[in-house]
Design a binder for this molecule. Structure first.
Ligand code: PLP
Length: 444
């Protein structure tokens, strides 16, 4: 009788008894990861994969860091859980550290479980604080998969549940420079003018908040025109609208600064955090609010709550993670390595006619592949159907075969390795992508 190898058995149990996100259940071919270290994942057969998307752009400090394990074990030996109405040393210390990292008067943390729960609580707080109900957000955005966060997302992942969408979410378009013919200045002017018209149509008296990613992530790193966030900040101030920055993906050094919005010289009213806060060592998130907002709840009930808010073990993981960013100079390294990636991809353009554009802020970047550089016809369109993904699926399969894990979506190949990545590891990863891109080049 045929026996399954250990790897096959592990994969089979997962296929038989677990469900996979955002995909058809048949035809999955997952990597079975046995252990991981730094920028590398290792499967049960000993094959090594370089992780060029830091998991889901969250494992910023790299995999397998035993400093986190020790911090977590130490906390668990003392106490693993207290209700959110009790406190721990680590919760206060983490709040204090985050207040130090965040600019302006963003000093008060409400600890959550993940990105979506940070977003949900930001939306609820924006509504109760302002007494207004509408939320404006960008079509080209993802804010999470729970009801409010999904409704705020413009991403087509929301569409399957659109008929039950939460009310009072309004999306706006913000074109990106590569696909805009009239120059950056005109892009800024037109996009701000159209947002201002939209505020008038929806009624500023009804709009609680505008929510935007600190830097665009899974929509394809579609960068803001220079001056855009400053202009949005001014519009918010003018119309009494709160500005919420979703830093779930762009936060914690990913863009070469603590937060993506710091590349744009603004200070928001609230920051949603998750991913890089604990780098996936444990699930965790945080909603950071300004002293001004927090002060309202000195004498009014703050109607937010989660059984696992401020979970001590996650707080311990987060506190240690923040220390590692500083001890290992990871944010400086992200900025430097981001520049290096940009230089190297620029050289790759000469070799690969399928590369249309490359956009990165620090180490939050992606290559956009096209069928034609002149017409910019995308290799796979926005919300591509399976039959439009034939070439990209082959590119993705090649990347995996050559020993890389990275996020490939529509015509985008993401380059977002852990912030501890070295030049040599970037060279190694780009060589794999370069080889896989031959498939795209040949399809032209
Ligand atoms: N916001 C952004 C910008 C994200 O990229 C994500 C997840 O990818 C989320 C929110 C949701 O985070 P989570 O999946 O932890 O709920």
């Amino acid at each position: 009788t045929e026996t399954l190898s250990e790897t096959q058995e592990i994969i089979q149990d997962n296929l038989d008894y677990t469900l996979f996100s955002w995909s058809k259940q048949k035809g999955q071919n997952p990597i079975a990861v046995k252990y991981a270290e730094g920028v590398y994942l290792y499967d049960y057969d000993g094959k090594r994969y370089i992780d060029f998307s830091s998991g889901l752009m969250n494992v910023n400090i790299g995999h397998g860091d035993q400093r986190i394990t020790q911090a977590v074990v130490k906390q668990m030996q003392e106490v693993s859980y207290v209700t959110p109405s009790c406190v721990t040393k680590v919760r206060g210390e983490l709040g204090k550290k985050l207040a130090e990292i965040c600019p302006g008067d963003l000093n008060k943390s409400f600890f959550t479980l993940c990105g979506a729960t940070s977003i949900e609580n930001a939306l609820k707080l924006a509504r109760t604080y302002t007494g207004k109900h509408k939320i404006l957000s960008r079509y080209q955005s993802y804010h999470g998969s729970s009801y409010g966060a999904m409704a705020a997302s413009g991403d087509p992942r929301r569409i399957a549940a659109d008929s039950q969408q939460a009310p009072n979410f309004v999306h706006f378009d913000l074109p990106y420079l590569y696909r805009w013919e009239y120059g950056e200045e005109a892009l800024l002017k037109e996009s701000i003018a159209s947002l201002e018209r939209m505020i008038a149509y929806e009624g500023s008296a009804n709009i609680a908040a505008i929510i935007l990613e600190g830097e665009s992530g899974s929509s394809g790193c579609l960068q803001y025109p220079v001056g855009y966030l400053q202009a949005v900040r001014s519009l918010c101030d003018k119309h009494g609208i709160l500005l919420i920055m979703d830093e779930v993906m762009s936060g914690f050094g990913r863009t070469g600064k603590w937060f993506g919005f710091e590349n744009h010289g603004i200070i928001p009213d609230m920051i949603c955090m998750a991913k890089g806060l604990t780098c996936g060592y444990l699930p965790f998130g945080c909603l950071m609010v300004s002293d001004k907002i927090a002060a309202k709840y000195d004498d009014t009930v703050l109607a937010l709550g989660l059984t696992y808010s401020a979970h001590p073990v996650s707080c311990a993981a987060a506190l240690e993670t923040l220390k590692i960013y500083e001890d290992d100079n990871l944010i400086e390294n992200a900025a430097a390595m981001g520049k290096y990636v940009a230089e190297q991809v620029e050289l790759m353009k000469a070799k690969h006619p399928s590369i249309g554009d490359f956009r990165t802020t620090g180490l939050l970047g992606c290559i956009e592949l096209v069928k034609n550089r002149i017409t910019k016809e995308p290799m796979a369109p926005f919300n591509a159907k399976p039959e439009e993904m034939v070439v990209m699926n082959k590119v993705a399969a090649k990347i995996k075969e050559l020993g890389m894990y990275t996020f490939v979506r529509w015509g985008y190949v993401f380059i977002a390795p852990p912030l501890c990545v070295t030049k040599e590891q970037i060279d190694e990863g780009l060589a794999i992508i370069s080889e896989a891109l031959l498939i795209a080049d040949e399809s032209l």
